[in-house]
Design a protein around this ligand. Structure first.
Ligand SMILES: *Cc1c(COP(=O)(O)O)cnc(C)c1O
Length: 390
């Protein structure tokens, strides 16, 4: 996607809404606007739009409609999963040990940290290898009778690594412990069949797969105990109070259906562009490393670190040159800290500050990639000098 002379290479941060999805959403702003809890026809029409969306999502994921809870996005789904499963496990079997990977999205890790600090849960981090992979054997050796929930990200948003979540889930199931995975990135690029995958709780968010922002799903396998974290009305089977956002829910269902049907048709070109970026960067730019797994990684995501580069300088330089990328971490210029994920992989600070994430999408062309690769070496050289001067 280009807007004027700007090229968007940050599809892992968000995607434009597919025009077919916008079309599906439109009637629900102005024509079918009733409160889905209302008894009258206006309410019933909204209510049945939501239930049809739930059926469609269940078909896309191969699960039951009553296993689908609509939320305000990936973050809320992660919060509901971790907080809800932890509180339920403590109440039903006095379990208060939480086991998560050190490469989780903050929506998972900050929730677990809060449970530890305010609610006296015991939080333990799993080890990862240099690629950010979690080994199932490490879950097996750390899971305990009093483990409340285990969480391992499906595909990492910063480094693209894809974890063996189903094998990890099978270990959790043997121990009777709920297993959550954050599949917010995975849903756009991998088939998700919940009859095949051993997963109890799974978060997705529509704006990562060409759907609207502000809507997500938490999949909750039948029989998984969960305490609601947003209380009030009885919407969403009592698990998520509040009047549902009907246009967004309709949009999520359509975007997920399209993505799960069509992602394979984008995969070859996406992978070729990703690999062109990776090959060229490693060959042309001194003191550069690929982050994340070389093969088991998202087909659209290339991620690097550069020694002695300040990512906070590199991104604005690229932006001015016309390319929108990300560092893969939330940078705060007043108090720059390298990302938790890169530190968990064992990179020293002088490398971990200089991260770059390039993620391609449906509107990226090989020409965009060539133009980007033409300016990148200079931008990195400037960011290196800049960080030396400061
Ligand atoms: C984007 C993202 C989230 C947060 O989802 P929102 O819908 O933006 O709240 C969570 N996890 C991962 C892996 C993500 O990429």
């Amino acid at each position: 996607m280009s807007t004027g002379d700007k090229t968007y290479l940050d599809y892992a941060a968000s995607t434009p809404v597919d025009p077919r999805v916008v079309e599906a959403m439109l009637p629900y702003f102005t024509k079918i606007f009733g409160n889905s809890s209302s008894v009258h026809m206006f309410g019933q029409l909204s209510g049945s739009a939501i239930e049809n969306a739930r059926i469609s999502v269940a078909e896309s994921l191969n699960c039951q409609p009553d296993e689908i809870v609509f939320t305000s996005g990936g973050s809320e789904s992660d919060n509901l999963a971790i907080r809800g499963a932890s509180f339920a496990a403590r109440e039903s079997r006095n379990a208060s040990h939480i086991l998560i990977s050190p490469v989780e999205h903050h929506a998972v890790s900050m929730t677990a940290e809060q449970l530890a600090h305010i609610h006296s849960f015991e939080l333990e981090y799993l080890p990862v290898d240099e690629y950010g992979l979690v080994k199932p054997a490490d879950v097996a050796s750390r899971i305990r009778p009093d483990t409340a929930v285990v969480s391992v990200i499906y595909a990492n948003n910063e480094i693209g690594t894809i974890n063996p979540v189903s094998e990890i889930g099978a270990i959790c199931r043997e121990h009777g412990v709920s297993f959550h995975t954050d599949a917010v990135q995975a849903a756009a690029h991998l088939p998700i069949d919940l009859q095949e995958l051993t997963i109890d709780l799974m978060a997705i968010g529509a704006h990562k797969f060409y759907g609207p922002k502000g809507v997500g799903v938490l999949y909750i396998r039948q029989g998984t105990q969960i305490t609601p974290s947003q209380t009030g009305g009885s919407q969403e089977m009592g698990l998520r109070a509040g009047t549902p956002n009907v246009p967004n829910i309709v949009g999520l269902a359509e975007a997920l259906r399209l993505t799960q049907n069509e992602f394979l048709s984008h995969e070859d070109q996406s992978r070729a562009m990703r690999d062109r970026v990776i090959g060229q960067v490693l060959e042309e730019i001194p003191d550069s490393k690929l982050t994340g797994h070389p093969d088991m990684r998202l087909s659209n995501l290339a991620s690097f670190i550069f020694k002695g580069v300040d990512g906070n300088l590199l991104l604005p330089l690229l932006d001015v040159a016309g390319f929108a990328c990300s560092s893969g971490s939330a940078c705060n210029t007043a108090n720059p800290v390298p990302s938790d994920v890169l530190l968990a992989l064992g990179y020293p600070h002088e490398w971990a500050f200089g991260s770059l994430r390039v993620s391609v999408g449906h509107d990226t062309s090989p020409q965009h990639i060539e133009s980007f690769l033409a300016v990148l070496p200079d931008a990195i050289a400037h960011a290196r000098n800049g960080s030396l001067a400061s």
